[in-house]
Ligand binder design. Structure first.
Ligand code: TYM
Length: 399
């Protein structure tokens, strides 16, 4: 079976949970929608979201950062019929320092939780990172708890949010492993190889892992929250690199009598070097981390952020900058909420009235404030709060 994670021209573009590589002009997201078989988030859908929620769509939706979906109409049908759904997202705890890219799904999920008033489960795949990285079980488990602090610092409502480490939850609730087994019985090695590009020499741990990321999509994996109900619809916000897991999940769900999860896919927060690749934790110079100091943020942006400006001030004034490839401008589209201000910056930069150094300075200030605020909120997360978020329990929500 062909690997749908790769488009026809393998050198052009690859998007899997482990590799994200675009062509010269960056990642072609329309092509991804085509090859993955998802749906674009278009203007009528945005209007429907606005009508259903009574709120202007989040900037990530307005600006096409969340650009693709599966079954979002069904989620809105449910919501309009006053039937509850739940949110599911996750993080693979491979390092203490999360970067700005990792924040995207969590910022958006928090917004969705607030707007729709729904429960949320957050999976920390410490088991995945044990299998893929050279890390001990103790270390991945510790990192799960460190990352939980960053997730809590995003402002989730403790009464509606359950965060779990796979290593913990596997020992706490038999329903988790039971669902994993059901998925494993339905998926062949051939399918896993096709979907994820795994090979004969990958460990059997890696081959069996996708079932673990699949089952939080099924409501009866969480008996404390949903009892025995298996028909509560799940909506998963994530970057599009995680889609292979959920293509597999959607394929097996009906065979198990479960609902297919719905998805909302985001584009990637690009590496400092440009939008051919995503920000990656394994190369510190591609990323701004949530642990970076104001000085480090300034230095990285000034030194590494790829500019769409011209080589000389004279040329820049004459021809203007190219915002479609300019990383500082792209970063602002993710984090500057004010549409009017952003449009002014775009215009001034494209006309050559604003120089690269000035644009970078605006971004430095926005990110220094954002990261400092995150660090302040993280420092306020106590052990007691972590324990509360991470204890299997009933959640409060209207159903
Ligand atoms: P991980 O830890 O690689 O990434 C966590 C989340 O961040 C998204 N992400 C990005 N989003 C935008 N720009 C980027 N540069 C960027 N890099 C990463 C990922 O898509 C993900 O949503 N196996 C998963 C953990 C997981 C999960 C899930 C994720 C378990 N269950 C359900 C999403 C939904 C992982 O290692 O994610």
């Amino acid at each position: 079976m062909a690997n749908p994670a790769q488009t026809d021209d393998v050198d052009e573009q690859t998007v899997t949970p482990w590799t994200v590589r675009g062509g010269e002009k960056g990642i072609d997201y329309s092509k991804l929608i085509e090859t993955f078989g998802s749906q674009p988030i278009d203007a009528p859908l945005l209007e429907r979201i606005e009508k259903a929620t009574g709120q202007k769509p989040h900037r990530f939706l307005r600006r096409g950062i969340f650009f693709s979906h599966r079954d979002l109409q069904l989620v809105l049908d449910n919501y309009e019929a006053r039937k509850s759904f739940y949110l599911y997202t996750g993080r693979g705890p491979s390092s203490e320092a999360m970067h700005l890219g990792h924040l995207i799904p969590f910022v958006f999920t928090r917004h969705l939780q607030e707007v729709f008033d729904v429960p949320l489960v957050v999976q920390l795949t410490d088991d995945e990172k044990f299998l893929w990285k050279d890390l001990s079980l103790e270390e991945v488990h510790r990192l799960a708890y460190e990352n939980a602090k960053d997730i809590i610092a995003c402002g989730f409502d403790v009464k509606k949010t359950f965060i779990f480490s796979d290593l913990d939850y596997m020992a706490q609730r038999p329903e988790f492993y039971q669902n994993i087994l059901k998925v494993r019985k339905c998926v062949t090695f051939n399918q896993v190889r096709g979907i994820f590009g795994l090979t004969d020499s990958d460990s059997i741990g890696k081959i069996a892992f996708p079932a673990v990321q699949a089952v939080p999509s099924f409501s009866n994996t969480f008996p404390d929250i949903f009892g025995k109900k298996k028909d509560v619809l799940c909506l998963i916000p994530c970057a599009i690199d995680q889609d292979p897991y959920f293509r597999m999940t959607r394929d097996v769900a009906p065979r198990l009598g479960y609902m297919k999860p719905a998805l909302l896919h985001s584009t990637f927060f690009p590496a400092l070097q440009g939008s051919q690749s995503k920000m990656s934790a394994s190369d510190p110079n591609t990323s701004i981390f949530l642990t970076d100091s104001p000085q480090a943020i300034k230095k990285k942006i000034n030194k590494y952020a790829f500019s769409g400006g011209k080589d000389t001030v004279e040329d820049h004034r004459k021809y203007g900058g190219d915002t479609s490839i300019d990383v500082p401008y792209q970063y602002l589209t993710f984090f500057m909420d004010d549409d009017k201000r952003l449009a002014e910056i775009k215009e001034a930069y494209e006309k050559g009235e604003m120089l690269t150094g000035e644009l970078k300075q605006i971004l430095i200030q926005v990110l220094q404030e954002l990261v400092a605020e995150h660090q302040r909120r993280r420092a306020e997360v106590t052990d007691e709060m972590i324990r509360e978020f991470m204890t299997p329990r009933k959640l409060n929500f209207s159903s």
